[in-house]
Design a protein around this ligand. Sequence first.
Ligand code: CS2
Length: 493
Amino acid sequence: MTHYKLNSSSLKELSARVSVPKYNRENVKSGIVHVGVGGFHRAHEAMYLDQLLHDDSNSNWGICGIALLNFDQKIYNTLKEQDGLYTLVVKELDGTLTKRVIGSIVEYLFAPENPKAVIEKMANPEVKIISLTITEGGYNINEATGEFNLNNPQIIQDSKNPENPTTIFGYLTQTLKLRKEQSAGAITILSCDNIEGNGDVTKKMLLSYIKFAQPDLLDWIKENVSFPNSMVDRITPATMPTDISELKEVSGIEDQWPVVCESFQQWVIEDEFIAGRPNLESVGVQFVKNVAPFEKMKLGLLNAGHSVVGILGSLVGYSTIDEAISDPAIQTFLKNYLDFEVTPILRDLDGMDLTAYKEMLIKRFSNIYIKDQIDRICSETSAKMPKFILPTVFEQLKSNKNISHASFIIAAWAIYSLGFNEKKEAINIKDALAEKLFEKAKIAQTYPTAFLELEEVFGTLSQSEEFNTAFSKAYQKITSFGVKKCLEEMNSN
Ligand code: CS2
């Protein structure tokens, strides 16, 4: 089979083998600028827009992808070499693969190379939406106070050097300033990260920065910027070398960075698009008045579920989520956690069948073709914990309800943070706070609750006597009997 490098000129040949964009990409304009063109964005928003662009009346809704950090150089280079094209490989539960070339990213910029071009692009009057996947840790929140962290050296640097920003806050501020100066019109800033009230949080954090760095912009923003909340969902593991070689061998496509994902997809958004939006409902996006209950459900069940399976699985010595969830001790523990500690805090989900949602979730985690890496799931747990698990804990504590599973998970995380699993193999910990976590984890070997003193992660949790007691008990038990034995005992109660 002839092999083709994926780019605009090979699309015609490739169309005989996989589905490719059937619209004229040259006519597509970037009505959306998206920051963070990792796997998730390319499996989700860019995929929805690709579908929409097949109707010519939507040609104003292409995407300009921004690679914001130095770390993103590789994805930028790939997009550039491949004219923004990439293959999305959807892996069904039965192993069927559906391959489709996505064409909605029609422009791409590498911010560290040319900050000015990024600001000018975002301030272009044709751009109506700036969407973000900058990860849970990207919002610069001090978890101890819930406020914007003005002490972050990069934030200070951006405020002193506004024309050459490095953070998303610096970029957005310059963009809004330019939009105001050039009367470029209103704009929607749409967060697509896993944070409760992600739009509200984006607004709060951005305004805190602007109050500090450019206060004269605040009035304009009030009238001209909207921040809808949204819930996004699609499991997208990191692309593996075998995904790249399979695509080449089976379909003859040489794609440096295809994206693989599950078939499940969901996007629920509040309809607050001040400068207009594409007709996303025609491709299955749900618009609701209040996204909060959906977001709480997804974060509390799915994302927290991932962290539970990831942390416990990692300690036992598994390397993928499907392996870990196929262990009955872990699966039963997860089901009990979701039923007894998370489900009671979920409300206002009219029309949602939570039992079916949870059953589906177990099936999604069990997809043996996805092979979602525990390393991916456990990366940046210090930023995920306050968004995925702690809100549930605080709510349960407030009403004196069960926290036995949550305290067990956090105790397991303290042991995980020492860097070894129960087979004495090193764990590859990727976390901005890895060193601090390690220090606390060391002290926790003698005084377990020292781990909870990390206020930037746990906020006021260490003030709860009830939690401290449950946590210490769980910690001692895990160190004495090992994770599996403890799970089996808890599951049988
Ligand atoms: C995962 C998410 O990062 C994580 O810990 O839970 O990336 C998850 O796969 C997505 O939110 C699925 O929508």
